[in-house]
Write a protein that binds this ligand. Structure first.
Ligand SMILES: [Zn+2]
Ligand SMILES: [Zn+2]
Length: 333
């Protein structure tokens, strides 16, 4: 390890609240882990990164730079159940005895599947197959999911937070927000006084957060996300702490509008493509994401395409029919 990479990437956010950039083996390279160390108050960690030796080390170094150790963490708040945010939750819980908190919706809709993973996987693969994923890709996708599972150490007990509730961070009151779309129970924390939002992956500066329809998720994640973008636009935070490509971004309102336009363009494109020829969501995903993608990229592409065509179907603008010989759903006008 070089001396340069050993220095923890810590950014002061507000008062005693710091954002740590933790490495992840994904194209985004880093995930943001927040550490709050108020004098006399509980030490809080927001998000925990993926369970890799590099991430464990980076968090240990970040805590160390603030004069803390794992055992000092009193409370963990998770923005959403994705492995790059939740992976080490169980490790922090074990090492510190910290309580772990998530939005109530996310405990039921995402977190529980880490505990029921062997039962979840067949349903997930069937969902992908029913929407056209070729049989030869199913094994690769299962193996890729399994690799992801190995980097998640679920918490033994997660306590619910509810929308509208308040939590104290850095001596300030933060309102718990529900920002669904990227994940069903995605949580945000909002401090109006300072106009700061802890946003997780609900909005990102450089990439469009994946909005995908997966097995067992809410039926219209894109509809949820378009509403979340409206909420973020109205909130108009001066600054947001984001999960990737941050840790802090400005211009949330303009970015929310840009992302809404982007999804509207994709909806128009999908509608026209499905009207031209009845096709499975997988075939449509090859048109929408017309580039070389690895197995997890193809999964995101299929789930994202499905979120768009299902949104159109629920609006009555597209239909779907089960094609018995092929064993797939076809979308058409
Ligand atoms: Zn995420
Ligand atoms: Zn993420």
């Amino acid at each position: 390890m070089t001396a340069e990479s050993a220095a923890p990437l810590l950014t002061p956010v507000l008062g005693d609240l710091y954002a740590l950039q933790v490495p992840i083996p994904y194209p985004m390279k880093y995930v943001t882990v927040l550490i709050d160390r108020p004098r006399g108050g509980p030490v809080t960690m927001i998000d925990t990164a993926l369970d890799t030796p590099e991430a464990r080390q980076a968090i240990e170094d970040g805590l160390g730079a603030l004069g803390l150790h794992w055992s000092d963490v009193d409370r963990v708040i998770i923005t959403h159940h994705h492995p790059d945010h939740y992976g080490l939750a169980g490790v922090v819980e074990e090492r510190s005895g910290a309580s772990v908190h998530m939005l109530d919706v996310e405990i039921g809709r995402g977190e529980r599947y880490w505990h029921l993973w062997e039962e979840w996987l067949p349903g997930h693969l069937k969902h992908m197959r029913d929407h056209g994923l070729p049989a030869e890709s199913l094994n690769d996708m299962g193996a890729d999911n399994r690799r992801g599972r190995e980097r998640v150490h679920p918490a033994s007990r997660v306590q619910p937070l509810r929308e509208g509730q308040h939590v104290t961070l850095s001596g300030l009151e933060w309102e718990v927000l529900w920002l669904p779309g990227h994940a069903d129970g995605h949580l945000g924390l909002w401090n109006e006084e300072q106009s700061v939002l802890i946003a997780g992956d609900a909005i990102l500066p450089r990439i469009s957060p994946n909005v995908g329809l997966y097995a067992y998720t809410r039926p219209d994640p894109l509809g949820d996300y378009l509403q979340t973008l409206g909420k973020l636009e109205a909130l108009n935070p001066a600054r947001a702490v984001v999960g990737h490509h941050g840790p802090v971004m400005e211009g949330v309102q303009a970015r929310a509008r840009e992302l809404r336009d982007h999804h509207h363009e994709r909806l128009d494109f999908m509608k026209a493509e499905a009207a031209r020829e009845a096709r499975s969501a997988y075939d449509l995903s090859l048109v929408m994401f017309n580039r070389d993608l690895n197995v997890s990229g193809r999964r995101f592409a299929l789930a994202e395409t499905l979120a768009h065509v299902e949104h159109l179907r629920l609006l009555g603008q597209l239909y779907r029919t089960w094609n018995e010989p092929r064993g797939v759903w076809l979308y058409h006008a």
